[in-house]
Design a protein around this ligand. Structure first.
Ligand SMILES: *[C@@H]1O[C@H](CO)[C@@H](O)[C@H](O)[C@H]1NC(C)=O
Length: 230
C-alpha cells in the first residue's frame, strides 16, 4: 500500500508543478485590490484572476489562447513541458500550437509602444513560495531575438544574448496567509505577474517572445507570444 501511495503522490507532484501565461497584457490594478481585500474577510475569499469572468482585465493573449480560457483544459493541453520533452530529445521552445503567430479572433496579441511595458499574468499554482518545486519558486525569463518577425525555435536559443528580462517567479505576486508555504498548509497564490519592459529602441512590427519558468536550475515550462510594437 505504501508503494502505491508514493506513486500517486509522485504523479500528483508532477502533474501539479506547472504554470503558463494566461494573459500577456493584464490590468491587475483593480483586481489586486479585490484580492487583497477579500483575503481579509472572515472567512477569506480567494479571487482568482484566471477565472473566465475576469477576462475583461486582459488586453493581450498568448498564441492560440482561448478567450475566456478554460484553465482546467489548458493545464493539460496548453502548457509546454520543456523538461519532459527535452528529456525525450524534443527541444522545441514552444508548444506545437504556439509555433507560429496564430491567434483566435477575440484573443489578439498585445500591442505596445517602444519603451512601454506589458504585465504578463500566470498562476502561482501552489508554488509561489517554493512548495513542491524544491523550496525555491525559481525565475521567469523572457527570451527575444531582438528584431521583428524573428522566431525563437529551439531551447538552445535560451541564451544570455536573447534574454530580455528575468525576475523571480513570485517577485510580483499576491499570496496569503502570511508564513504559509504550501497548498497543504492553506496557501492561496492565485496571482503572479511579471511586468515586461520593452526597450526604447524597439523596431515597430511583430516581435516574438518566449516566457520560461525555470526552477531547480533548469527551464521547465514555456508560453510563446507576440507583441505588436507600434
Ligand atoms: C471582493 O471582491 C469583489 C469582486 O469579486 C469586489 O467587488 C469586492 O469589493 C471585494 N471586497 C473587498 C473587501 O475587497
Amino acid at each position: 500500500m505504501k508503494t502505491s501511495f508514493c506513486a500517486v503522490a509522485a504523479l500528483a507532484a508532477i502533474a501539479s508543478a506547472h504554470s503558463w501565461l494566461g494573459c500577456t497584457d493584464h490590468d491587475n490594478v483593480e483586481i489586486l485590490k479585490w484580492m487583497e481585500g477579500n483575503a481579509t474577510l472572515t472567512p477569506p475569499v480567494t479571487i482568482d484572476p484566471l477565472m473566465p469572468w475576469f477576462a475583461n482585465f486582459c488586453k493581450g493573449w498568448p498564441r492560440a489562447k482561448s478567450n475566456p480560457g478554460d484553465w482546467i483544459a489548458e493545464s493539460s493541453n496548453y502548457v509546454w513541458n520543456i523538461a519532459a520533452n527535452s528529456f525525450n530529445g524534443e527541444t522545441h521552445a514552444c508548444h506545437p500550437n504556439q509555433r507560429g503567430p496564430t491567434y483566435e479572433g477575440n484573443a489578439p496579441m498585445a500591442t505596445a509602444a517602444p519603451g512601454g511595458s506589458v504585465r504578463l499574468m500566470f498562476g502561482g499554482n501552489g508554488h509561489a513560495r517554493g512548495g513542491n518545486v524544491g523550496g525555491d519558486p525559481g525565475t521567469v525569463t523572457v527570451y527575444w531575438k531582438g528584431e521583428p518577425e524573428a522566431e525563437i525555435v529551439d531551447i538552445s536559443e535560451f541564451t544570455e544574448e536573447n534574454k530580455l528580462q528575468s525576475d523571480g517567479f513570485s517577485a510580483e505576486s499576491f499570496a496569503y496567509p502570511a508564513n504559509v508555504l504550501t497548498p497543504q498548509e492553506g496557501l492561496q497564490d492565485k496571482g503572479n505577474w511579471q511586468t515586461l519592459n520593452l526597450p526604447k529602441a524597439m523596431i515597430p512590427g511583430r516581435h516574438m517572445f518566449v516566457w520560461v519558468w525555470s526552477y531547480q536550475n533548469a527551464p521547465q515550462w514555456s508560453t510563446c507570444f507576440d507583441i505588436m510594437v507600434q
